[in-house]
Design a protein around this ligand. Structure first.
Ligand SMILES: [Zn+2]
Length: 278
């Protein structure tokens, strides 16, 4: 099987990142804040105003991380190439280290060569600017309140293909290109199937498959992150064992028919036209 390295941090990488430092930073007190070159948006407060505040329970919403503080909190996004590392020994910042949150437990550092990432202060998750950025985000895939019926109801309202709807992220968040292709293969659903034609039973299979793929990716991301040193800038990348993604022309692992690549919404879709039906 091919090893795939995602081009940008997706939900599993962000969740792996959260798990890598959430326990250690909870309750830590901010001692200083260092800003490097400008990120996608300005911080929205003075760095000094964050000093002496305590960090609460780090949460994730879609591909955003939320660090609650005594007053408001910080919303972080890894952008195209960002990675976050938390280490007790603070190495001097490198040329791509654009945000350091120093605490009495260690330094949370954002490394982002392309600087599409962001750190911005918000009064609360449901207050601007966080509310504006999170508006339109679909359900969390692992949220127990999100079930096949909810997925089915969301699909009923769409006329586009199920692959395009998954990538849109407004029914369910977190299905990036690789994960959408892999989940549809495991569920036996042709990615070109019109959303509104998917039955409840097939939505159930799809949700199970999506959760499986994302959970495997989170677990693999975690194992990669454990080896991650905060100077190499590779925390956002990890490998999954893809069954169709990136395997054009190779035999399907279930039926041996060649895996096909098509283009949907300017993104590559990989599928087995034999195992996946409309
Ligand atoms: Zn097949």
């Amino acid at each position: 099987m091919l090893a795939i390295i995602p081009a940008m941090p997706e939900l599993p990488e962000v969740e792996s990142t959260r798990r890598s430092f959430a326990e250690r930073i909870r309750g830590a007190q901010i001692t200083s804040v260092r800003l490097g070159k400008p990120l996608r948006w300005p911080l929205g407060c003075t760095p000094e105003s964050l000093v002496s505040q305590r960090v609460g329970e780090v949460a994730r919403r879609g591909k955003y991380l939320w660090l609650p503080l005594d007053r408001g909190g910080l919303l972080l996004h890894l952008g195209m190439s960002g990675s976050l590392g938390f280490s007790s020994a603070s190495a001097p910042p490198g040329p791509h280290d654009h945000f350091d949150l120093a605490t009495n437990r260690g330094v949370l550092r954002l490394t982002d060569p392309r600087r599409f990432g962001a750190v911005l202060w918000s009064d609360a998750l449901d207050a601007d600017p966080a509310r504006r950025l999170l508006a339109g985000l679909g359900a969390e895939p692992f949220d127990a309140g999100f079930d096949a019926r909810a997925l089915h109801a969301g699909c009923k309202r769409r006329r586009c293909s199920i692959k395009t709807a998954l990538l849109g992220g407004d029914i369910v968040a977190g299905a990036g290109n690789i994960y959408a292709c892999e989940a549809l293969f495991r569920a036996g659903i042709d990615p070109r199937t019109r959303c509104h034609r998917l039955s409840l039973v097939r939505c159930e299979r799809l949700l199970v498959a999506l959760r499986e793929v994302l959970a495997e990716a989170v677990a693999l991301g975690g194992s990669t992150l454990r080896d991650f040193r905060d100077t190499d800038g590779s925390a956002g990348e990890f490998q999954i064992n893809a069954r169709v993604y990136g395997r054009e022309g190779q035999p399907c692992l279930q039926c041996r028919a060649p895996v096909r690549r098509i283009v949907q919404g300017q993104r590559s879709t990989f599928l087995c036209a034999h195992c996946q039906t409309r």
